[in-house]
Design a protein around this ligand. Structure first.
Ligand SMILES: [Fe+2]
Ligand SMILES: [Fe+2]
Length: 255
């Protein structure tokens, strides 16, 4: 049987954030990259779903490139609420101008990665403008290839009050769902931002908030403020074979 195509997903490295709860962001990303390096199967590409840096600085992005670059595979990034579009764009050679939204689609062998930028500068919550959604619809219409849609703010509801104030608002989820409903080849929608593995659905497709590399958040459905802790980093691997996609999540309890 043919080997699957593997897309690794790293999220929320927050490089440049000061050490908290006894852990360092750089060491966490290093541990994730090392663990990905130990996966015996070839990884086709790495997707980093935002909050790559804490302060959006050139130095933090250069460090991200250096650390993740050790895997020797193409790296695809998108902005989170801690990122700076213009600096991220310049650092990773992303097409487009300055601080324009970072939306793109790329063919990765048998898999298409379609990125839509959910970052709103100066805000923690996510959203899009109308033009983005129209272009996104066009990108999905352009190819019937199995696709993963990626953004920082996962379009789901957590029922944790503090998180639901800073995720994708219901109206934004609805318009996104209406677009995705028209494109049956979308196999999954993936994001980060929550610093917890969270799974839901949108337009009948799975939605995954991938594990973070830095400072997971504890489950607490009554708390007004989420609590992070120095828990282990993790990553996800999306495996596509033919038309079938499955996602594995790895938490580095030995990191
Ligand atoms: Fe984050
Ligand atoms: Fe975030």
């Amino acid at each position: 049987m043919a080997a699957p195509f593997l897309l690794a997903q790293i999220s929320d490295p927050h490089l440049g954030e000061k050490a908290k709860h006894g852990v360092k962001s750089k060491a966490c990303l290093r541990a994730v990259v090392a663990a990905l390096g130990r996966v015996p199967d070839p990884i086709g590409a790495v997707l980093v779903t935002g909050d790559v840096s804490e302060h959006g600085s050139k130095k933090e992005y250069a460090l991200a490139r250096e650390l993740i670059g050790e895997l020797g595979v193409p790296i695809y990034v998108l902005p989170g609420n801690h990122d700076d579009r213009a600096t991220m764009r310049a650092s990773f050679g992303i097409p487009g101008e300055g601080d324009a939204v970072i939306d793109y689609a790329v063919d990765l062998g048998p898999l298409r990665l379609v990125v839509i930028d959910s970052m709103i500068p100066g805000e923690d919550r996510g959203g899009f403008d109308q033009g983005q959604l129209e272009r996104f619809d066009g990108e999905l219409a352009a190819s019937p290839k199995p696709a993963i849609v990626a953004m920082h703010h996962p379009p789901l509801v957590t029922t944790m009050p503090d998180w639901d104030n800073v995720i994708m608002p219901p109206a934004e989820r609805e318009v996104l769902a209406a677009v995705i409903a028209r494109h049956p080849q979308v196999k999954a929608i993936v994001g980060g931002h929550l610093h917890r593995v969270t799974v839901s659905t949108l337009a009948g497709r799975p939605v995954l908030a991938a594990p973070c590399t830095y400072l997971p958040v504890r489950p607490d459905f009554g708390a007004e403020t989420v609590t992070s802790y120095g828990g282990p980093p993790g990553f996800a691997i999306h495996a596509l074979r033919g038309e079938e996609l499955a996602t594995q999540v790895e938490i580095l309890t030995d990191a």
